[in-house]
Design a protein around this ligand. Sequence first.
Ligand SMILES: NC(=O)c1ccc[n+]([C@@H]2O[C@H](COP(=O)([O-])OP(=O)(O)OC[C@H]3O[C@@H](n4cnc5c(N)ncnc54)[C@H](OP(=O)(O)O)[C@@H]3O)[C@@H](O)[C@H]2O)c1
Length: 294
Amino acid sequence: MSRTVLITGATGTVSTALMNALEGTDVDLHALIHDESKAGGPRKQNAEVFVGDLDDPRSLPPAFEGVQDVWLLTPNGPRAPENNMNVVWAARQAGVERIVRLSVVGAAHDAPNRSGRLHALSDRETERCGMRWTILRPHWFMQNLLNEAGDLSATGTFSLNMASARIGMIDVRDIAECAARVLLDDPDRHHGQTYTLTGPRSLTFDEVADQLRLALGRSVTYLPVSDDAKRKTLLGHGVPKWIVDMLEEYAQAYVSGWGDFTTDTVADLLGRPPRDIADFVRDHAAAFTPADDD
Ligand SMILES: NC(=O)c1ccc[n+]([C@@H]2O[C@H](COP(=O)([O-])OP(=O)(O)OC[C@H]3O[C@@H](n4cnc5c(N)ncnc54)[C@H](OP(=O)(O)O)[C@@H]3O)[C@@H](O)[C@H]2O)c1
């Protein structure tokens, strides 16, 4: 009998990729969204859509009815552990068998960034949830580069406060395929495992710029900027202060060498190497290209 998987954060980057990775497999999808106007995307991916708010536990039970597996993704923010708690409680009440949780690289009580410390709280809760569980801790998403696409298309440059940091960045499509692998395997197979997922190599943003230049066939330059300059830009774009502070903590950790590593876990789970930055930039070239170049 096919299993039913509830996808939380179903309109977001990772969960959308996960639903793509599960397309054509023998699972039924429930999608939890909090903005009804965004139901079209998950419906196109053949999910039954439920509107609920991770901040409001009373809104959650209908999405969990008849569900065996929960994909648990919490949005960034200070309420992430509360969101995780609300999902774990709703899952427990509904008799869910397994939780597969998206955490973050380096999650730990002594991580140098608030996101890593908040995720550590939810990882601990998940480990003690009484259901089968698996935790995925992905590295920095290559898809974060899409935030720079506007500047890059317009000026051929992108600015980050990452100095010459090296990062084992990963393509979100690989995170999604690892999550799908876990969800499609027998619930006992990955129970109790925490997988740190990275790309195939650790890269500087100068090296990323080289790859963009090759893929786009035009000049691309990475401009390292100070924390203060990046902060001003992000606040000017309306990014909330909590998120700006969090991003700065990550940038400082990466500049200190904290993210300079890779693992073999994606290859072990998928039986093939993770996507390289060259694959990412080739597949997303249109996003980095000015409209009149099309
Ligand atoms: N970016 C990275 O490099 C990186 C690396 C490792 C781990 N992570 C982790 O990845 C997670 C973020 O994943 P993502 O980038 O896929 O997120 P995302 O694209 O920002 O999507 C977040 C999702 O959560 C939904 N959401 C927001 N508030 C909600 C609420 N109150 N109730 C119900 N749903 C709500 C959003 O809905 P709307 O679309 O309607 O807003 C959206 O579907 C975070 O936990 C982060 O720590 C990120």
